[in-house]
Design a protein around this ligand. Sequence first.
Ligand code: NAD
Ligand code: UGA
Length: 436
Amino acid sequence: MKITIIGAGYVGLTSGTCLAELGHHVTCIDMNEDRVARLRAGEVPIYEPGLQELMASNIQAGRLLFSADTVDGAADADAVFIAVGTPSLADGDIDLSFVQDAARGIARVIKPNCVVVVKSTVVVGTCKALREIIAEERGALDFSIASNPEFLREGTAVRDFLEPERVVFGSDDPRACAVLEQIYQPLADRGVTVMRTSNANAELIKYSANAFLALKIGFINDVANLCEQVGGDVSAVAAGIGLDTRIGSAFLSAGPGFGGSCFPKDTRAFAATGRKHDAPQGLIETLIEGNEARSRMLAERVLRELGSKANGATIAVLGLAFKANTDDIRDSPSLAIIPWLQKAGCRIKAHDPKAMTEAAKQLDDITFCDNAYDAARDADGVIVLTEWDEYRHLDLAKIAGTMRGALLADYRNLWLPSDMTDLDLTYLSIGRPTVS
Ligand code: NAD
Ligand code: UGA
């Protein structure tokens, strides 16, 4: 199949590369010419484990091309995937302008019978509306439209695409379904469940999946708050409830709140859709409020511990990315927690293995450090915000020895309270007793 992907970001680039790996001929188009030039030079503009190697082998095999020119890249495609961003508007609703522009951009270019596949995360009804936009520009209905939401996670995106638990696509047009079935046949041959449904269902499945996963995280964070008050241990509680397969053990790690380019914006868009269609999503509305409030609550916990020394204290922040194994800082808890600390007069030193360049664009007055030990030197407190594996192996005695103060706030539960024995540290973690 000849496939064109519009938007070569986290999803477009991973999907395009993996579809090439499945044997298709793929052209990834991005309007960012600098990004396209870097991609053509074999450079991956994002940090995503395994992507560089897979991209290189598929470029070499002649199955993966990059272009900044929609006309050039989309004209002979059997299917055009739209994988551009769908950020939040100020009121929380979804900004569909990039998707709409992408649809307008391909409308006159695509060949007859082309299938336009919406991979961006979009609210229910979007495919229907895009069909009208394309038809208006094109003046003919000789194309099909389908929804094919993406479930990959950053950090494990390649594996998630090539070994997914399911592929979901939806279209009200059997011809589009037939093309998508053919595209995903190599995965079906490996035993992957490929679910075919209606356009609206596919759109709803994507938001419901993200909202449900976010709910699990919000729930366990609330349980963690209770554990802190009553002497429980949230890790044990999560392990105990997770043994029930109806609940499942995944997505029950308590932490600083969910961030990233998806859960915060997708829960907001889901809630806005509910309000618009008079089907309020009360659980999700409450979840969003609780998650937003959590950043301030966790900053205040540190400030309380520092007491009168908070104003003028130096805090070392370990981890800026919204989770480990990515350089993505979109809606990262660090972007909310750090300003609360700065507002209280704290000076911030920070380290992240991959996300410092991105963070420097969004955070002011931060001293970036080459490693965690440099960040901790002379600090009054250390806060862990991202669960990078390298932090798990830090020499805590060395950290404690280099600090001016003695506060370690482990907001990813990287260590156990028992690891603090013999260390002169006050150890705060999530949903577990404070050790001092
Ligand atoms: P991104 O911001 O990383 O990438 C989007 C890219 O599209 C950018 O490079 C931009 O230059 C390009 N672009 C925008 N408009 C264009 C146009 N008209 N023509 C050509 N290029 C254009 O976004 P992302 O993180 O890849 O997310 C894309 C979509 O996928 C979103 O709807 C998101 O919710 C969804 N999604 C993301 C993830 C994830 O892990 N990031 C996972 C599943 C679904
Ligand atoms: C998430 C979903 O997991 C993907 O299935 C989906 O495709 C994607 O959103 C999307 O729609 O874009 P991603 O945002 O890459 O993927 O990362 P997750 O691993 O889901 O983590 C999201 C946030 O929740 C992170 O801040 C993470 O630290 C937090 N989290 C996750 C927890 O606090 N606890 C957990 O147990 C799991």
